[in-house]
Design a protein around this ligand. Structure first.
Ligand code: GLV
Ligand code: MN
Ligand code: MN
Length: 413
């Protein structure tokens, strides 16, 4: 019976397109940074949709939102489904939004069918998944899971010096519930793959078994400002020349730890950023990832030894985030796999290359993820695209997995 249920794919698609109108960009994407005015509008709309679907919405201290459809036994821990509504500065329509609205679609479908579940079902929107405005990524699901303190999150600053806590107050999303205290029994997240594997293999569902490790760094290279015309080339302390050579090293190190090692420098700032002054200071970020933490340690060591060769500048390496690889709960993964098999489309098990709220929540409660393909594996790009029928298939997997988890929770309690 569970294995015949179908969500409403048109309603899911239309909802994704509706949210995509908020902070829409000219080339089809969205620039909806966390806790911006646009994020508030997306949150308000999501809250209204949850309430229209009969859910009670509660918000925790960090703005994480939980929309609850009551179960037959309200004392059972809820089965939660969700992701994030914030985007990258040049983000797409699907990254995160799909997972939140797929959770809502599961609830809407249960309403249509008049189906009562044993455990409550909740849809979740986690705050600051992207890490584009406040670092690190997955910050508020990380606090929920006990990986960061509340104070650490509240005091994170954006590039303009705005504090996360002030921005939460400004958009009126600092809720009354202490972060981490809202009880969940299991967590499911649907997401576009953000990589090429499913598409290349003509597969529709990824049964995600875990996420790779990540290390984020802030690097400061300090040389000396000097005149570009009158300072002889020998003896210059050009911070940008050293930074450029280190940035090339990041690429080299990632390639040397292939095929799974990746390394990215996504932010650079040059001071004083004037055409005729030799740059005295450069700051840049590094994002190293690999499924094996030992290899991430080797990548870290390789970068530190490369930095030692840059002798005429000072280099400060601040590892601002070490997020070890995570394995999802075997029972949850197997329930998702059975649900994937039930939709009758090709699927595979895979490890996530991207970070997800599920990767943090998994450190606290049983968790699994469902991936669907995205065109050319492209994400964090305005052109990000997923086929409606793939989004529907992923949501059907969620629906069936959530019902099975609810039934199992009832048996166990
Ligand atoms: C989030 O999008 C991440 O993987 O960095
Ligand atoms: Mn995402
Ligand atoms: Mn993202």
């Amino acid at each position: 019976m569970i294995n015949d249920l179908q969500i409403n794919g048109t309603r899911l698609w239309d909802s994704i397109m509706e949210i995509a109108k908020i902070d829409a960009l000219p080339n089809g994407g969205c620039g909806r940074l966390t806790l911006s005015d646009g994020d508030k509008r997306a949150r308000d709309l999501f809250r209204r949709w949850c309430e229209d679907a009969g859910c009670t919405v509660v918000v925790d201290r960090l703005g994480n939102m939980f929309g609850r459809r009551e179960g037959r036994n309200p004392d059972l821990p809820p089965i939660a489904i969700g992701s994030h509504l914030d985007t990258q500065p040049h983000g797409g329509k699907f990254d995160g939004v799909y997972g939140v609205l797929a959770g809502l679609e599961v609830i809407r479908t249960l309403n249509d069918l008049g189906l009562e579940t044993d455990a409550p079902i909740e849809v979740v929107n986690w705050t600051n998944e992207e890490g584009a405005r406040f670092s690190p990524a997955m910050l508020c699901s990380g606090v929920y899971a006990g990986l960061f303190s509340l104070e650490f999150a509240l005091n994170q600053k954006d590039a303009d010096g705005a504090l996360l806590k002030d921005e939460l107050d400004r958009i009126d999303y600092a809720g009354p519930i202490p972060c981490g205290e809202h009880k969940l029994g299991a967590f499911l997240e649907a997401h576009i793959e953000q990589g090429p594997i499913l598409e290349a293999n003509d597969e529709v569902i990824g049964v995600v078994t875990g996420g790779q490790g990540q290390r984020w760094y802030d690097i400061t290279v300090t040389g000396q400002d000097a005149h570009s015309g009158s300072t002889p080339m020998p003896g210059r302390r050009d911070a940008l020349v050293s930074a450029a050579s280190l940035i090339a090293k990041v690429q080299e190190i990632a390639l040397a730890h292939g095929p799974h090692g990746v390394g990215t420098v996504g932010e650079v700032s040059v001071l004083p950023n004037s055409r005729n002054t030799i740059p005295g200071e450069v700051r840049f970020t590094i994002d190293f990832r690999h499924p094996d933490d030992h290899i991430l340690s080797a990548m870290d060591a390789a970068f530190r030894s490369a930095a030692e060769f840059e002798t005429n500048v000072q280099i400060d390496i601040d590892m601002v985030w070490h997020n070890p690889p995570v394995q999802f709960d075997a029972t949850c993964v197997s329930i998702v796999e059975q649900a994937a098999a039930s939709v009758g489309l090709p699927y595979r098990q895979m490890v996530s290359g991207a970070g997800h709220d599920a990767c943090q929540v998994a450190r606290k409660i049983p968790t699994a993820m469902v991936f669907v393909p995205c065109r050319d594996g492209l994400s964090h790009n305005e052109a990000e695209w997923a086929e409606p029928e793939h989004l529907t298939a992923g949501c059907n997997v969620l629906l069936r997995a959530a019902l099975e988890l609810s039934a199992q929770t009832a048996l166990e309690n």
